[in-house]
Design a protein around this ligand. Structure first.
Ligand SMILES: Cc1cc2nc3c(=O)[nH]c(=O)nc-3n(C[C@H](O)[C@H](O)[C@H](O)COP(=O)(O)O)c2cc1C
Length: 127
């Protein structure tokens, strides 16, 4: 799934938070598996953001035709991402219609340091 609500939470250990809607197919997969990966998209990754953010994995195999790899946790690392963080779930908290998932970054890399990240803004993203 595409997620914009991702942020740093701690330097040591390296932790991040992701707010995942409780209705997302991905939600229970993260909670049950205890792992996930964040793939940072570049400015050329808008179509990938729409692909993973506007369809649900309940109805379609969103990874069909998508090139990806796995590293430490087995979570998917997209070939066309500009950076990735492979995470283990440390804890999670109820946050209204979302769950705030805290992940420890156990592996990661910046694969295209020259690339600029895709920024989500409500007006521009869907154009
Ligand atoms: C640009 C963008 C940002 C999004 N950010 C989030 C987010 O931070 N958290 C979230 O729960 N859903 C977010 N979504 C919605 C999910 O990506 C979307 O509901 C997706 O279809 C869920 O897929 P799934 O049901 O296969 O898990 C975002 C969607 C888009 C297009």
């Amino acid at each position: 799934m595409t997620a914009a609500w991702v942020q740093r939470a701690s330097f040591d250990p390296p932790l991040i938070t992701v707010a995942v809607g409780k209705t997302r197919f991905t939600h229970d997969m993260i909670i049950e598996s205890g792992v996930f990966a964040v793939n940072v998209l570049g400015e050329d990754g808008r179509a990938t953001g729409k692909h993973f953010g506007l369809k649900t994995g309940r109805k379609t195999d969103k990874f069909a035709g998508i090139e990806y790899d796995t590293r430490t946790t087995g979570s998917p690392i997209l070939k066309d991402c500009i950076a990735w963080m492979d995470c283990r779930v440390r804890s999670h908290f109820d946050a209204g219609d979302h769950t705030l998932i805290i992940g420890e970054v156990v592996d990661g890399d910046v694969t295209r340091p020259e690339a600029r990240p895709l920024i989500y803004d409500k007006e521009g993203f869907y154009k």
